[in-house]
Design a protein. Structure first.
Length: 463
């Protein structure tokens, strides 16, 4: 079993690179357009969290980085926050004139309106990466990010006032960037307390979903060290959830014991999800139990993949495999015919070819595009919402689970698509997007119960 701090550990990610075509067009056209000829590089640039923007570092930028690296080893976190405030927020009266001159040069660059966000983001992460590695300093991270919400001081009337005003303008622009948004999400993750108020925005729940971290806590310019920090945080939070869930299941099994005397000695353990107890029990049994009275979802997936068959035959079996979970009335109204037509149009030039890994990955990615959402540029998700409204979040998540059980290589694609919806509704109140909260909670359960590192022993008769 992987250690808690093992940065390579991700219980859901077995393969990081997905060979697949770019997916485009609205929901009603998605499957047929998976046949386009664009290269897999276009897909990976949007769905691979390691496909990042890299830029050269100027000597002045390196001066700033080296300065912070020097002092973070010598000063307390509180002192470093004040140092950061004096240099980047105030921009005046800084103790080291050479560093201040380097900052002025960076700010004065004609590229600063576009590239200063990368510099400031890296400076933040130099401190965050060090503090995140130590439990006793993690609480300082919100103090650092909260500096950007502080009122900007007015620069003195001097020869430097123009540079100071430009610095303040660039900092204000930074607060509107993807980089700052990821920092705010990181604060939500490292903050210990989580308010249960339903009028809080959806974004305040990011801590609960480690499978979204690599897409929501990293930006295009994230360094390797930042990626490692997020993966370590993801590993720790996922492991904590698995342990809490296992303890809760064990507690429930003991509490159902007919021995009333033993029940009085059992300490209550809270439900680690936002689902109520009955929903949690139903979901876990649906994702791991025998859904057709004989076989689990995993068994059904293995059965579908067993034996050698043509791609056309596989698509026919895939139709039955997916629609078996659809309520008959809902399926007859529109879903089944639409799904059948799209499958028939999917890569018809390969119908006579044997099913292979490449076709399986591309097909499963097209399924996820159809069922959930395609891309930030095409964020339509009518099918997903309609499925949840008609079938419920448990069954809808079960459809997604069926796909990733066929091909776990597309789990990063699933994570990416859900992160698109999370970002889209991030500022909305939780109560207004309960359908999405339910989907995120159920996805966490489905992935944990099927791909997690802790064995979950469910008690009978739940739900």
């Amino acid at each position: 079993m992987a250690r808690l701090g093992d940065s390579s550990f991700n219980p859901f990610r077995k393969v990081l690179t997905v060979d697949s075509k770019s997916l485009d067009d609205p929901i009603v056209h998605r499957f047929s357009n998976c046949n386009d000829s664009r290269s897999s590089a276009a897909f990976n640039s949007r769905f691979d969290p390691y496909h990042r923007y890299y830029r050269p570092t100027s000597p002045q930028e390196q001066t700033l980085y080296d300065h912070l690296l020097h002092w973070i080893e010598r000063e307390s976190p509180a002192a470093m926050v004040e140092r950061f405030r004096a240099l980047f927020i105030n921009g005046t009266g800084y103790s080291d004139p050479d560093v201040l001159a380097a900052l002025k040069a960076v700010v004065a660059s004609p590229l600063a309106p576009e590239e200063f966000r990368y510099v400031l983001n890296r400076c933040c992460h130099i401190l965050i990466n060090r503090w995140q590695a130590r439990c006793q300093t993690q609480s300082v991270i919100p103090d650092l990010i909260n500096l950007f919400a502080s009122p900007r001081p007015v620069g003195p009337s001097s020869s430097h006032s123009g540079a100071i005003r430009r610095l303040h303008q660039l900092v204000q622009q930074f607060c509107k960037t993807e980089q700052y948004q990821t920092l705010q999400r990181l604060v939500q993750v490292v903050s210990e307390a989580e308010t249960a108020l339903e009028n809080r925005p959806l974004g305040s729940l990011i801590r609960r979903y480690p499978y979204l971290y690599e897409h929501c806590l990293l930006s295009e310019d994230s360094t390797q060290e930042q990626q490692t920090t997020v993966r370590q945080l993801q590993s720790t939070m996922q492991r904590q959830f698995e342990v809490n869930l296992a303890h809760y299941i064990t507690h429930q099994a003991r509490f159902r014991s007919p021995d009333l005397r033993s029940q009085q000695l059992i300490r209550p353990i809270s439900n680690p999800t936002l689902l109520d107890d009955q929903e949690l029990h139903r979901a876990l049994h649906y994702y791991t139990g025998k859904v057709d009275g004989r076989r689990s979802h995993r068994d059904q997936a293995l059965n579908l993949l067993a034996g050698r068959q043509t791609f056309a035959a596989f698509k026919g079996d895939l139709y039955e495999y997916i629609t078996a979970a659809i309520e008959p009335g809902y399926g007859r109204r529109k879903f089944n015919n639409h799904f059948h037509a799209k499958l028939a149009a999917l890569f018809p030039e390969h119908n006579a070819h044997p099913l292979n890994d490449f076709l399986l990955v591309r097909t499963c990615n097209c399924l996820l595009s159809f069922l959930i959402v395609d891309s930030p540029q095409r964020p339509q998700h009518y099918v997903f919402v309609d499925l949840i409204n008609n079938l419920g979040a448990i069954v809808t998540t079960g459809l997604v689970l069926k796909v990733v059980l066929l091909c776990r290589k597309v789990i990063p694609s699933l994570e990416r698509r859900l992160s698109i919806l999370f970002s889209h509704y991030e500022a909305d109140n939780r109560e207004a997007v309960q359908w999405l909260v339910q989907a995120l909670e159920n996805t966490h359960l489905a992935l944990t119960s099927n791909f997690g590192s802790v064995k979950l022993t469910l008690f009978p008769g739940a739900g």
